[in-house]
Design a protein around this ligand. Structure first.
Ligand code: BTN
Length: 351
């Protein structure tokens, strides 16, 4: 497996390219090559070479004598430079952008063992072994999704982290809304859906210190389908899975994965600052975005081999304060469901 680090600090050429791109994105007018080279402390030749390399990747950069360079249009790429233009250079010190990796969660867990700080992020343009919940795989083709993991080091006991994935679904929904104008719904407990189709899944993994039983770190992995065509999904997933572009064809060509990823960083940084004290805000937003409440549902015990149609039927009533789901079954009995025990599927479609 070849991993190309796009923002590897030792690779000065790549760093310069990302920095030049970040500067051009943040300037509406022309920017002289001289000014860029002064600001970045690199030679004019290095700036020229960075511009050449960006053009070869599909960035349209106009150059004008005595005025300099201007960015006219850009391809949808996940790149350090584009993310940096939004979150700033300091934040990028703990963001690793990879072209391809087996799993961003796995990669970040390795970085976690070597002591990386809370808030470290790994983002990839492709995963060759993307992991989903319950040991499933997560389809992660190149150039059309965002495969994103963030590491947290909260000073809490494992039992206190039950709602962190639900908080994350709120943060990611808000990031998508801010960067694309599309407001996804949340299917209990943590899938993001658009038009009854799943567009994003979240996998949270805990590392616990065996002596103290305290958390060493939490890795939250987020897989977002952005521009996949419906035919990119295996036939058996087409009725349940989709992407932002497939659900909003008018947005095709206008969805920018770097802009979405940058908003994810911003919202998840806020989540880290809010955790665990600001639950009310996340709960309120979660309830507003929930597409499960009020629906007829099938409740399927996790680990059971039953078909969704064989689950226990009921109606989702409300989200409790701990993000568990209140369900009324057909016999009138009421239960509070926790995410670890059951999965819930709509009777008329996925959500
Ligand atoms: C699910 O819906 O089952 C959860 C899917 C989580 C997928 C993401 S993609 C980024 C991170 N790395 C992984 O290997 N998995 C998560």
């Amino acid at each position: 497996m070849v991993i190309r680090k796009e923002n590897h600090k030792q690779d000065g050429k790549i760093m310069t390219k990302d920095k030049v791109l970040a500067m051009l994105i943040n300037t509406d007018s022309y920017m002289s090559g001289e000014l860029i080279s002064e600001e970045l402390g690199v030679s004019r030749a290095a700036v020229n070479s960075a511009v050449k390399s960006l053009r070869s990747e599909g960035y349209i950069i106009e150059s004008c004598t005595n005025k300099g360079y201007k960015l006219i249009s850009r391809p949808d790429r996940l790149s350090s430079g584009e993310i940096e233009a939004i979150v700033g250079p300091e934040r990028m010190a703990n963001v690793v952008v990879l072209d391809s990796v087996d799993s961003t969660n796995k990669k970040l867990k390795e970085l976690g063992y070597s002591g990386c700080p809370s808030g470290t992020v790994v983002i990839a343009n492709e995963q060759t072994g993307g992991r989903g919940r319950l040991g499933r795989s997560f389809l992660s083709p190149r150039d059309c999704g965002i495969y994103f993991s963030i590491l947290l080091r909260p000073d809490t006991a494992p039992s206190d982290t039950g709602s962190i994935t639900a908080w994350t679904s709120v943060a990611v929904a808000e990031a998508i809304q801010k960067s694309t104008g599309i407001e996804p719904g949340i299917k209990w407990v943590n899938d993001l859906v658009v038009n009854n189709h799943k567009i994003c899944g979240i996998l949270t993994e805990l590392s616990v210190e065996s002596e103290s039983m305290r958390i060493d770190n939490i890795v939250i992995g987020i897989g977002l389908n952005v521009s996949n065509k419906i035919t990119d999904f295996p036939e058996e997933l087409r009725s349940t899975a989709s992407s932002l572009a497939s659900e909003y064809p008018d947005k095709i060509g206008r969805l920018n994965r770097s802009a979405i990823a940058a908003q994810m960083i911003i919202r998840l940084d806020q989540l880290i600052a809010d955790w665990p004290h600001n639950s009310e805000r996340y709960l309120k937003r979660y309830r507003e975005l929930s597409v499960t409440c009020g629906k007829e549902v099938n409740v399927i015990p996790i680990g059971s081999s039953s078909e969704p149609s064989e689950g226990r039927k009921g109606k989702a009533l409300s989200i409790n304060d701990d993000f568990s789901l209140k369900v009324q079954y057909e016999d009138g009995s009421i239960s509070d469901l926790s995410s670890g025990e059951v999965s819930v599927r709509g009777l008329y479609g996925y959500a």
